[in-house]
Design a protein around this ligand. Structure first.
Ligand code: NOJ
Length: 754
């Protein structure tokens, strides 16, 4: 243990009795925190609330006036509580030693990074993983990400993103769990458990961060950073629950606030969100980090007049750590001294931050995450690769399979593969893969080859032109069709054509909103041109969001949604195409027919005109169906599942038992996600037409059946009113159990009291 820290700890123990009289009620860590706090100057306390970016991996606009030297000096003074975007055992050790060896109290820094879907070994993008509905696999994926990230010196991830979004135009849907609150809460908890593990003190677990609190996924028109305007029933019932579950069920250590306003107040300064709800009502004990310069951006919002005002509003609002606004470090001490911000607010924030550092074990050993031998041993470990492959296969969704074109039979026919994405080793890694090595994904072509498939390849058309860079806009090829003819000629001579089309990795992610949801560039034209000469097409989609692929659905016999599947992409796709793995994924987001339908989601509130009572005056479009192309929860299998024998029983008015039998009536082994949807028919607050309230992923051999039992308690039966009160009201409910949000067996039950 570092000598300086031993002194601090001894001093802490000696100070216990002098500083505080409430020792009996505090646990060991709280005592250590309090006593360290006693020794800190105001400037050192504020330093803990300050986070700096580490100059290498930049994930936001860089403030111009700060230079590296100032940051180093601040670290040495103990004025930096955390760094982001510094990674690698050696680099982190070097930075950490500046804080530990040079600052007066030697308080270690916490190192944060966007570990979003894998770290070096890349898992599928979060939206894809969510399509697996497999909580164990998702938890394992986060566990592996934590193992690799912690081996690179990191001890904090800015994940999971638990924002609900119903708008496929929003580029960040790739980073979340989709449109549904219940599913997102379950997945968020699984991810946090994976990151944080059973023991945060272990060198291979990291603190998680549920983000962005709150409402960021409701950016108007799906345009990132756009304004947000949501009602309180939506906040309480749709947006908050995944955050509450993260705190109650997974003890998430940190929460990130968001760029947007809620009811006119930016989240970073929003006392109602951060103090009243998060810390007081829900009892969150960790700390809140601002989003990248979300504090300073309050000046642009027209809410703060200058940086000093930013610091005042953020500190009072309950934003504990400042990411890249530099408002606290520049202005907070002055504000406290002038009596504009109470020092107790600073103390509360610092206590929360120090507590997480103690829980991570950073005071025992600030370098516990800086072991180069672990870095060498664990990055790209074969077990991680195997798990990434398993996760990738489970994330694939079979959207269409006419005349059972899939699975293909190996080397029984002449196979053409067309599309630039088939030969791409980078895009499949997806966006938000800061630590990934470029071009390390197994491409579709490589996957097919190693699976022993004989094929011929034609690119057809480039997807993008020029260089790609995370920090720059990508240029889509909208004119070059010079490769069409070669693709058409190849397709003509082939029995089956595998067309790999979709989005580049940088089509989705932060700042990557789209106003159109079709296949970008000339890909739709390429698809139609090939279709003219060979209709036996398997369309393999790669994308970071739902796409409006109505033409493809009407014409192409087989469609496989593969998202961006990470390092093992090509292997996973080959195994699914050829039936070594039977697809089991279900959509976590509705696919629209047309961008004009967005936002489209399955659990909309009831309206006064639900169906066509007249030809004209009901909610529909005059130029397109109002129905989705593929509904939430939808996904096919190479086998069939039959649902029967549904029964519903209210037990002692305290719980409802729903049973259903599921049979694999097809000829191959398969997995099914059995989904339960509930509808509260009359309530004091209008309820959605249906809501997912349970699911179970089961596996069945041919002819095997299984009884699936769901137990609904007040948690599933109740809802929040606009003031945030949780209500369970007697009355009639409809329950549906089935294979997706649109089809299933239905029954009713009555609650007489609860
Ligand atoms: C901004 C993003 O909104 C946030 O999610 C991310 O964690 C930070 N940048 C840090 O990269």
């Amino acid at each position: 243990m570092n000598f300086r820290i031993i002194i601090v700890l001894i001093a802490s123990v000696m100070l216990i009795y002098s500083c505080h009289s409430t020792v009996d009620f505090k646990d060991e860590i709280d005592l250590k925190v309090d006593n360290l706090l006693c020794q800190m100057t105001l400037e050192e306390k504020i330093g803990q609330m300050n986070q700096y970016n580490g100059f290498w991996d930049v994930t936001g606009p860089v403030p111009s006036e700060e230079n590296a030297q100032t940051k180093y000096e601040h670290i040495k003074k103990g004025w930096v509580g955390s760094m982001l975007n510094v990674r690698g055992a050696i680099k982190v050790r070097k930075m950490q030693s500046l804080a530990v060896d040079s600052s007066r109290l030697g308080i270690p820094m916490i190192f944060g990074f966007d570990v979003i879907h894998g770290h070096k070994t890349m898992s599928p993008i979060p939206l894809a993983e969510s399509a697996s509905w497999d909580l164990q696999a998702i938890e394992k994926s986060a566990r592996i990400a934590a193992i690799e990230a912690s081996a690179e010196g990191l001890n904090w991830t800015f994940a999971p993103m638990v924002d609900i979004s119903r708008d496929a135009r929003w580029g960040r849907v790739m980073e979340g769990a989709g449109e549904d609150t219940y599913l997102a809460a379950r997945i968020g908890v699984a991810r946090i458990n994976g990151f944080q593990g059973d023991d945060l003190n272990s060198p291979n677990t990291i603190a998680a961060c549920a983000k962005h609190f709150a409402g960021y996924g409701f950016a108007e028109a799906g345009m990132d950073y756009n304004t947000v305007d949501v009602g309180t029933t939506t906040l309480h019932n749709v947006i908050f629950p995944p955050f509450k579950a993260a705190i109650d069920e997974a003890k998430v250590k940190t929460i990130m606030n968001s760029f947007n306003i809620i009811n006119g107040v930016p989240a970073t300064a929003n006392k109602w969100l951060q103090r009243d709800i998060l810390k007081n009502k829900w009892g969150f004990e960790g700390f809140v980090i601002s989003d990248w310069s979300s504090g300073e951006e309050m000046i642009d919002h027209g809410y703060a007049k200058d940086l000093e005002h930013v610091a005042e509003l953020s500190a009072i609002g309950g934003s504990d750590m400042d990411m890249e606004s530099h408002a606290y470090i520049k202005c907070l001490a002055k504000l406290v001294k002038a009596g504009k911000v109470e020092e107790s607010k600073v103390d509360d924030a610092v206590r929360r931050i120090l507590k997480v550092k103690f829980e991570l074990g950073l005071f025992e050993d600030p370098y516990k995450y800086c072991d180069e031998s672990r870095e060498t041993e664990l990055i790209y470990h074969p077990k991680h690769m195997a798990a990434a492959l398993d996760m990738a296969k489970k994330s694939i969704v079979l959207l269409k399979n006419e005349n059972q074109l899939l699975p293909l039979k190996k080397n029984k026919s002449k196979v053409a593969v067309i599309g630039a994405l088939a030969n791409d080793k980078d895009s499949p890694l997806g966006n938000w893969r800061m630590a990934a090595d470029d071009n390390t994904a197994v491409s579709v072509l490589e996957g097919l080859k190693s699976y022993g498939v004989n094929y011929k390849y034609a690119e057809g058309a480039k997807l993008i032109t020029g260089e790609t860079a995370f920090s720059a806009k990508i240029k889509v090829n909208t004119s070059d069709k010079s490769g069409f003819q070669q693709a058409i000629t190849l397709a003509k001579k082939s029995d089956v054509v595998i067309m790999v089309l979709g989005e580049h990795a940088l089509h989705s992610g932060e700042g990557r909103s789209r106003s159109r949801l079709g296949l970008p560039g000339v890909q739709q034209e390429l698809l139609e041109a090939v279709y003219k000469v060979n209709q036996n097409i398997v369309l393999v989609l790669m994308n970071g969001r739902p796409l409006a692929i109505t033409w493809a659905d009407e014409h192409i016999p087989a469609i496989l949604e593969t998202w961006h599947l990470g390092t093992q992409t090509g292997h996973a796709i080959a195994e699914v195409l050829y039936g070594a793995y039977n697809p089991s994924g279900k959509l976590p987001m509705t696919f629209p027919r047309h961008v004009g339908q967005v936002p489209i989601y399955y659990n909309q509130y009831r309206t006064g005109r639900p169906g066509p009572k007249t030809e004209v005056f009901w909610p529909h479009y005059i130029d397109s169906s109002e129905k989705p192309l593929y509904p939430f929860g939808y996904g096919l299998s190479y086998t069939q599942f039959e649902y029967s024998d549904m029964s519903v029983k209210v037990v002692d008015n305290t719980k409802v038992e729903v049973k259903v039998s599921v049979l694999n009536s097809g000829s191959v082994f398969g997995e099914e996600v059995v989904q339960l949807y509930l509808h509260d028919k009359v309530a004091s607050v209008v309820r959605p037409v249906k809501e997912l309230k349970g699911f179970e992923k089961i596996s069945l051999k041919p002819n095997q059946s299984k009884e699936v039992v769901f137990v609904l308690t007040n948690k599933e039966l109740g809802f929040y009113d606009g003031a945030g009160h949780f209500l369970v009201e007697p009355g009639e409910f409809e329950v549906m159990v089935g294979t997706n949000s649109e089809s299933g067996l239905k029954d009713n039950f009555i609650l007489t009291g609860f």
